[in-house]
Design a protein around this ligand. Structure first.
Ligand code: FAD
Length: 282
């Protein structure tokens, strides 16, 4: 029987947040038993570069869940990447999500890694047995002139050694399914997990959609219009919307679903309660 992967993303608490907040998140996710949890990486030269490895280690050693560590390349040199990989080894991660990272205005790029594919090739050379995840964009990456060109660039990333892909958020499953079809036609045959971000606030949906050129379908727009100022109702509607997206994707034979938890375990649990029977026998 087809059994899709189910994974979650968490991010390290902000520098000045109490240390315990990540435990609140992870305690709240306990019992969901995802296939893995991925931990994001603070981008830019001023971020705490050891936070990802620390949280990944906590997830694996204290909660017994396999972990993937994110790593960005644009503002890192080879030495920083080597140090990160050593920290990830010590944390026992089974995979790295190798990213370019966003361009930060006013910050000088290091120039050793131009694209994520450069980082993938570097990691593949140094850690031949590690799983290497890459990001992909069902509606095309915002900087790329066309989806077809973005998929050609994605092929370079996979040929460099990426073994798995996780998608950017999207709100219309048709966009994701069309994208998967195009990637398969382009000769990309690694598993692609669908990234799902539950709607929790109208402002953040609109901001994310603007930043990533994500289309907001009519049904979602109606929700934002109706409950934009009523956070709790919007959260409830968002749980239903995400659950329906996931159920449809599973029915369409998706390789996996990656839920962006935004460190909100309550919302994540409610969605999982709705969709869990579609993933495993319960
Ligand atoms: P790339 O794959 O390098 O693509 C970036 C652009 O360059 C695209 O337009 C692409 O078409 C083009 N391109 C790629 N290769 C080539 C090539 N060889 N020649 C010419 N053009 C090329 N950001 C963080 O800071 N921390 C995180 O933890 C984080 N986690 C993420 C997780 C997921 C699942 C996703 C989808 C995104 C995440 N991001 C994170 C955001 C990510 O860093 C940005 O989306 C960034 O703008 C692109 O990163 P990338 O790895 O996809 O870049």
């Amino acid at each position: 029987m087809h059994s899709p992967q189910f994974s979650l993303e968490v991010f390290p608490p902000k520098r000045n947040a109490p240390v315990g907040t990540i435990y609140d998140t992870l305690d709240g996710l306990e019992g969901l038993n995802p296939d893995f949890i991925s931990v994001t990486y603070g981008h830019g030269t001023h971020s705490d570069r050891s936070a990802t490895a620390r949280i990944a280690n906590t997830v694996r050693s204290e909660y017994g869940i396999p972990t993937v560590a994110h790593l960005t390349a644009l503002y890192s040199d080879h030495e920083v990447v080597d140090q990160a990989l050593e920290m990830f080894d010590a944390a026992g991660v089974f995979g790295v999500l190798a990213l370019r990272g966003d361009v930060i205005e006013g910050q000088q790029e290091v120039g050793e890694f131009e694209h994520a594919s450069d980082l993938v090739a570097y990691i593949r050379d140094r850690r031949p047995n590690l799983k290497i995840f890459g990001a992909c964009y069902p509606e095309g990456h915002i900087e790329c002139p066309s989806l077809d060109e973005d998929i050609r660039n994605l092929k370079i990333k996979v040929d460099a050694g990426a073994t798995n892909l996780i998608s950017q958020l999207f709100y219309d499953n048709e966009d994701f399914l069309r994208f998967v079809e195009k990637t398969r036609a382009a000769g990309i045959d690694v598993p692609i997990e669908a990234g799902i971000m539950p709607v929790t606030s109208a402002v953040s949906v609109r901001n994310m959609a603007r930043k990533n050129a994500t289309v907001i379908p009519k049904a979602l727009n109606a929700m934002l219009e109706k409950w934009g100022d009523d956070r709790e109702s919007l959260r409830r509607a968002g749980i239903i919307y995400a659950s329906q997206q996931i159920s449809d994707l599973v029915a369409q034979g998706v390789d996996g679903v990656h839920l962006y938890t935004m460190n909100h375990p309550g919302t994540t649990r409610r969605i999982w309660r709705n969709v869990a029977p579609l993933f495993r026998e319960v």
